[in-house]
Design a protein around this ligand. Structure first.
Ligand code: F6P
Length: 322
């Protein structure tokens, strides 16, 4: 409590994702609207350890809807694996007057939220990662923007690939999840999509290239999820087995930047608002999620145990429309 008002901390943790700023804005503005004090924590959980936080007002989140990255900065905090540091963070949060905390990040970040909730600080997780790899939710903030960035990049690669009658192997992010590779592969007309969940060996990839060739195609995009690895080698092997001039293109961190799309702005605003309403009711240890296109919440522990697979129907569709 600060001056008799509930105070809500907010931090971003793990890899940044477009739309995080929109969620921060929604948390800050919803807190103010409900007569609570929002406190921004700098650089993820590190800010709690270093007592690096500041009270935010409405103007502090002006004009950030369209901004990529996170105005609160982010980090992966190794100290949080140790109980003694979590206890320090908890004590610092209490001393600063925080009655609750919103954590925007991936499921690694939810563990910290769960521990702090167990210590007595109600925490709410909001799914923010381009990977869409959080099992409890159909959608994570940043997924749509990152995929649109990939589509734009691959459309360009396609132009040069077509001009030179080449094959281009494109590696996209996603850590160990192939959601981005699958969706963007369909959207960009890839002749093969290779993910950890649905791997293809080099002969199967070449078969798909020859299959497309038989149907009159002269250039080929192969979409590979980063967890598969060895993208450069895959390109070399394709060239030597097919005789087609082949290049590898690893898109890298460009996928994480940029102005959020409409979808990310809207979902982030809804989730930020929802998180503050949970904390206002004194509810903690929950993660906000999307189910059947609606915003819902789950117990963090339960959420962390859920499993999510690739959309195999989309895979099937892709195989039929190469
Ligand atoms: O989780 C988001 C993500 O961009 C993954 O797709 C990728 O594997 C990872 O983060 C990269 O992390 P870093 O920015 O620390 O290199």
């Amino acid at each position: 409590m600060i001056d008799g008002k509930k105070c809500i901390g907010i931090l971003t943790s793990g890899g940044d994702a477009p739309g995080m700023n929109d969620a921060i804005r929604a948390v800050v503005r919803t807190a103010l609207h409900n007569d609570m004090i929002p406190m921004g924590i700098i650089k993820g959980y590190n800010g709690l350890l270093e007592k690096n936080y500041k009270i935010m007002d409405s103007a502090s989140v002006s004009n950030i809807l369209k901004k990529g990255g996170t105005i609160l900065f982010t980090a992966r905090c190794k100290e949080f694996y140790e109980a003694k540091y979590r206890e320090i963070a908890y004590q610092n949060a209490l001393e600063a007057g925080m009655d609750g905390l919103v954590v925007i990040g991936g499921d690694g970040s939810y563990n910290g939220a769960r521990y702090l909730s167990e210590l007595g600080l109600p925490c709410i997780g909001i799914p923010g990662t381009i990977d869409n790899d959080i099992a409890c939710t159909e959608y994570t903030i940043g997924f749509d923007t990152a995929m649109n960035t990939i589509v734009e990049a691959v459309d360009r690669l396609n132009d040069t690939s077509q001009s030179h009658l080449r094959c281009t192997v494109v590696e996209v992010m996603g850590r160990h999840a192939g959601h981005m590779a699958l969706n963007t592969g369909v959207a960009c007309g890839a002749v093969a999509i290779v993910t950890e969940e649905a791997p293809l060996d080099i002969n199967q990839i070449c078969e798909r290239i020859f299959h497309a060739m038989e149907r009159g195609k002269h250039h080929y995009i192969i979409m590979v999820s980063e967890g598969v690895g060895e993208t450069e080698r895959m390109a070399r092997d394709i060239q030597s087995l097919t005789g087609i001039d082949t290049r590898a293109s690893i898109l890298g961190h460009v996928q994480r930047g940029g102005s959020p799309t409409l979808r990310d702005r809207v979902v982030a605003s809804e989730m930020g608002n929802y998180a503050v309403h949970l904390l206002a009711q004194g509810i903690g240890n929950r993660v906000v999620a999307m189910k059947d296109n609606k915003i819902v919440d789950y117990d963090i522990q339960e959420a962390l145990q859920m499993k999510k697979g690739l959309d195999m129907n989309l895979y099937r569709v892709m195989e039929e429309i190469i």
